[in-house]
Design a protein around this ligand. Structure first.
Ligand SMILES: C[S@@+](CC[C@H](N)C(=O)[O-])C[C@H]1O[C@@H](n2cnc3c(N)ncnc32)[C@H](O)[C@@H]1O
Length: 272
């Protein structure tokens, strides 16, 4: 697992840009393993987000009109003392919009950011550095979710926005089991993600409403097509009831949905 601080990540990105190659990254912890971004089943997801990284922030506001509300909802339901030095893992940080909000809400906490796309991770790292995050409060992991390997009971909070739907349904319960193990007793899992509405009529209606809302927010037909093509290739939405079943099966309690708008759903659970 490739674990880095800010400067180390940026330096390795620059080495790759100059042709040194993706596998040349320095490992500061854990055993060497091939990055899922270059070799695994999710490689094309990482490539999609690498290419989108510079324009992601503008694109996501048009593609998901209530994006700010989504981020606010997943963080707003973290009922934790803001003044304590928590250990927080964010899965699929992208360009760091939720990461920055976490940093503002929990300024004493240590944050581990994971993303398959080194380019998205670079954007996130730059935002957090700009916000004055101390180097020893930030760990960057450029790897796929299924390749992660943390010590048991490492984190107080595992949080994610709009990222876990990139896993296959067969992978999601496996990841939930690992998240359960990585959390300390009393730790929280919080997630906002796109879920599949049942019955099919409701899903179709949500898609129609999404399209109209995105157009009102400035998305063109081409913008919408980018997201539709991406979803067809890379997205695997599961019904909320399935997420609940998977979370409960690995031992989580207090499994619930806190907020929902169309297909975007904020849900969470507690490790007893
Ligand atoms: C739609 S973006 C969301 C980014 C950010 N959380 C936000 O809310 O703006 C999804 C992110 O998850 C990352 N991602 C997708 N599949 C992944 C995987 N299997 N392992 C690690 N990261 C993944 C992508 O690279 C991308 O940055």
């Amino acid at each position: 697992m490739e674990v880095k601080g800010y400067d180390e990540h940026i330096n390795s990105q620059q080495r790759q840009a100059s042709g040194a190659g993706r596998r040349g990254m320095t490992l500061s912890a854990g055993q060497p393993s091939q990055s899922q971004s270059s070799t695994g089943a999710h490689a094309s997801v990482g490539q999609f987000f690498d290419q989108l990284s510079a324009s992601y922030d503008a694109a996501i506001l048009k593609g998901i009109p209530p994006y700010a509300e989504l981020i606010g909802s997943v963080l707003g339901y973290c009922d934790m003392d803001s003044n304590r030095p928590w250990s927080i893992l964010e899965l699929g940080c992208g360009t760091g919009n939720l990461s920055l909000a976490i940093r503002e809400m929990f300024p004493k906490s240590k944050l581990t950011l994971v993303d398959l796309s080194p380019e998205m991770l670079t954007q996130a790292a730059a935002k957090l550095k700009q916000a004055g995050t101390p180097e020893d409060h930030l760990t960057l992991v450029a790897n796929g979710f299924m390749a992660l390997d943390f010590q048991p009971q490492s984190f107080d909070l595992v949080i994610s926005s709009m990222a876990l739907h990139h896993l296959l349904d067969s992978e999601k319960p496996v990841l939930y089991q690992r998240i359960f193990n990585w959390l300390k007793p009393g730790g929280l899992f919080r997630c906002v993600d796109e879920t599949l509405s049942l019955p099919a009529f409701a899903q179709a209606k949500n898609m129609t409403l999404w399209e109209a809302w995105a157009r009102e927010s400035g998305a063109t037909t081409e913008d919408l097509q980018v997201w539709i093509d991406h979803a067809e290739q890379h997205d695997h939405y599961a019904p909320l009831a399935e997420h609940f079943r998977w979370l409960q099966a690995v031992g989580f309690s207090n499994v619930d949905c806190y907020w929902r708008k169309l297909m975007w759903t904020t849900f969470g659970a507690l490790k007893p």
